[in-house]
Design a protein around this ligand. Sequence first.
Ligand code: GDP
Ligand code: GDP
Length: 455
Amino acid sequence: AAQEGFDAEEVEGALGEAGHGPLPVLAVVGRPNVGKSTLVNRIIGRREAVVEDRPGVTRDRVTYEAEWAGRRFKVVDTGGWEQDVLGIDASVAAQAEYAIEAADAVVFVVDATVGATDTDEAVVKLLRRAGKPVVLCANKVDGPSGEADAAMLWSLGLGEPMPVSALHGRGTGDMLDEVLKALPEAPAQTFGNAIGGPRRVALIGRPNVGKSSLLNKVAGEERVVVNELAGTTRDPVDELIELGGKTWKFVDTAGIRKRVHLQEGADYYASLRTAAAVEKAEVAVVLIDASETISVQDQRIITMAVEAGRAMVIAYNKWDTLDEERRYYLEREIETELQQVSWAPRVNVSAQTGRHMEKLVPAIETALAGWETRVPTGRLNAFLGELVAAHPHPIRGGKQPRILFGTQAGTKPPRFVLFASGFLEAGYRRFVERRLREEFGFEGTPIHISVRVRE
Ligand code: GDP
Ligand code: GDP
């Protein structure tokens, strides 16, 4: 719909530029010939075959974008697994395992005219263990007479079987409504190749702040053997650590543990490593040596995490060594040097004594929650309306630029687009950001605001 001087196309364009958040993933699994590919074609609204057979390319995964009732998501068709190599049971199991790793929700397709087979039962076990939301599709119900076959599939214990004819489209709408209920707004995991599995944490900070000590402290005896956990890349530099009842993936820890002492270019390698870790992570824990003056290097590392758009926690380490005086100056330094990241949750820790280690996980969780926050458009605009009324932009050159409306274009981190009647000054934009934070939280996350000006 056209909004106050912006036509729909302009709004769309601006949102496109701001980037939509990553889409949630739906996997379609089931035995061969139950109609998965046909169903995927239905879902993505295409008649032609899903598979583009490119010789020499092993097709082990096909992802398509789909939309239903205004919501977009990705569909993964697992139909193309090499059954000859794996054998049917193993291949179907592998698909389901894949779904466990990659998907936010699963459509499990069963051929209602055949009924539940042993292979189907085996997949049900896997799905149940995964704990992902499952929609049971009773396929090949081409007419009312097939409904009874569909009802038989209640026995699988996956809830209501949705009677569907993927071939003719019968019942697919109702099934997709169920799928939307099962799918989260955004995928649980988004970055890098590791979809699914534990949240990814980068422990960063300049040399000697205590990264290695902290890692050893939190890892302790509770290190998890990587291979035991499904859905984890076996990257030797990542470490799985059990903390606060959950498993976290600390990325790129090899560089922390094995200290390579490079004389020349050591800073360069250190910052390269920091950048790589930040890229792979969802949340950065920035360690600062509280016993020393906050340095330019500390700030540079913080900036790196902010610019990468990651959630962030700041941990002030070596708290055990602080006297009254140092504590006083530290607070002053934080106020003046780290003002721009005052939104980051803060923990005062000691990797040596273990002080406040238990506060680390809640802080990380807070930051991730802020990072994933989505403000509904209605609420955002009610807030913007009040803000503009109470605090209008200063008049410039006889004109008063006004925010007309806004929308959140994405999460991880939250991204906003504001549509305005004129150029908004930096000071005013900062004010808007501050008020947004006061209103909606966004603790532990940078937020991006871009402004579109009506010509
Ligand atoms: P996949 O191996 O699970 O991907 O199954 P396909 O999508 O390739 O379908 C296997 C066969 O079942 C094809 O011949 C389809 O035309 C047929 N089929 C798929 N869905 C339906 C349906 O809803 N009704 C009927 N009658 N046949 C279907
Ligand atoms: P990294 O270079 O960031 O990995 O830092 P290290 O973990 O190697 O620590 C550098 C030095 O600081 C070592 O001598 C540690 O023993 C010491 N250290 C680390 N954390 C603490 C702490 O919380 N308190 C005190 N007193 N010393 C610490």
